[in-house]
Design a protein around this ligand. Structure first.
Ligand SMILES: Cc1ncc(COP(=O)(O)O)c(C=O)c1O
Length: 397
């Protein structure tokens, strides 16, 4: 099955891509291939396609085939974590390169850019709104732009095409190609496909929506660019940033229900965001599916069916104390980091995922002590709404 088959929709591809019936046993579900090495009939003449499992493995290959299909990419490379994916991309840049990143990115990405990238001779600077302020921040050393849309945790949406336009104009004036990497973790390939808007590389923390069951840490990147793919694949093998066959198998299994999970999570998140925005106990709601979202018009074109996704953040009245009380009294939303699983989670970014970012920088990007982030799971919508309403009443005196 190839990618642009008009007769098949996302869900059909999710189930069948990279999931052929096993030709030797007829197994409908692929076996887990744990062997680290593969026999050769003559020196340097493997019996099949595989030699050594760091370089390639059947389960990893199948998962990569499925992700490439769903991200509308020629290639995908699965890695040991989302952070390993970030690391691989930074390590692919020449010494002296400069990265421009959106300011409210995942805390671990911010940490890598500010505390690790310099060890590869790469520097990074941060821009609050890449949709409007990119051009004046480009230097002659800028080699890469890193964009999260929606951003984490304030759910700011950036028009990918407008960023691509700035980069193409820069290239035609100076001859300097700047790559655009989009972290699509918050939406998943079901809700948006950044490559179709001109991004060069799309990445995911597979740990989140793609696996979807909070039992695998893994990452993936996808691209249509032959040279980039070759470079990334070479580096992956050289550095050894590989996921296990078992994790690849689990993530592939999770991916097969992504369309159902993403639709349900989005539908519930929309109801919860509407409930929150009508509550007098809430100061502000960040959710791309709300008509009041500042970039709702971009959501309409960039997200499938204008879906808002499963992530919401909101500021509760009563400051840090209310945020703390709220997040420890919900019954269905578990207080824990991470997101994108079948179960609903919540967290307080200022002291959890984004605790490492200095307060002034955090607050400049809307990450106040009273901000709560919700990852809406696939429990019954009404039960989740009730859980939020009760915790709000309880938290705000
Ligand atoms: C948006 C985003 N990108 C990347 C990562 C890093 O992924 P991992 O935890 O799989 O290393 C995370 C983790 O929370 C994330 O939320």
């Amino acid at each position: 099955m190839t990618k642009d088959t008009p007769q098949y929709g996302f869900g059909t591809h999710a189930i069948h891509s990279g999931a052929a019936v096993d030709p030797t046993t007829g197994a409908v579900i692929e076996p887990i291939s744990l062997s680290t090495t593969f026999a050769q009939s003559l020196p340097a003449n493997p019996i099949g396609t595989y030699e050594y499992s760091r370089s390639a493995n059947p389960n990893r290959d199948n998962f990569e085939t499925a992700v490439a299909q769903l991200e509308q990419a020629k290639y995908a490379i699965a890695l040991s974590s989302g952070s390993a994916t970030t690391s691989l991309i930074v390590q692919s840049l020449p010494i002296g390169s400069h990265i421009i990143s959106g300011a409210d990115v995942y805390g671990g990405t911010h940490r890598y850019f500010t505390q690790v990238a310099h060890t590869h001779g790469v520097t990074a600077s941060f821009v609050a709104d890449l949709g409007t302020d990119l051009a004046e921040n480009i230097t002659e050393n800028t080699k890469l732009v890193w964009l999260e849309t929606p951003s984490n945790p304030t759910l700011r949406v950036t028009d990918i095409s407008s960023v691509v336009k700035v980069l193409r104009e820069h290239e035609s004036k100076t001859g300097n190609r700047i790559l655009l990497v989009v972290d699509n973790t918050f939406l998943s390939p079901y809700v948006s496909n950044p490559l179709t808007f001109g991004a060069d590389v799309v990445i995911h923390s597979v740990t989140k929506y793609i696996n979807g069951h909070s039992d695998v840490v893994m990452g993936v990147l996808a691209t249509n660019d032959d040279e980039l793919h070759k470079k990334f694949r070479f580096l992956q093998n050289a550095i050894g940033l590989v996921p296990s066959p078992f994790d690849s198998w689990l993530a592939h299994r999770g991916l097969k229900t992504l369309h159902l999970r993403a639709r349900q999570a989005s539908a519930s998140a929309q109801k919860i965001a509407e409930t929150l925005s009508q509550s007098p106990l809430v100061l502000k709601v960040n959710y791309p599916g709300l008509k009041s979202h500042p970039n709702h018009h971009v959501v309409a074109t960039q997200h499938r069916d204008g879906l808002g996704g499963g992530m919401i953040s909101f500021r509760i009245k009563g400051g840090a104390a209310a945020a703390s009380k709220f997040s420890s009294t919900t019954k269905l939303f578990t207080l824990a980091e991470s997101l994108g699983g079948i179960e609903s989670l919540l967290e307080v970014p200022a002291v959890m995922t984004h605790g490492g970012i200095p307060q002034a920088e955090r607050e400049a990007n809307g990450i106040y002590d009273d901000l709560i982030r919700l990852s809406v799971g696939i429990e019954e919508t009404d039960d989740l709404v009730k859980d939020i309403e009760l915790a709000l009443e309880n938290a705000v005196e």
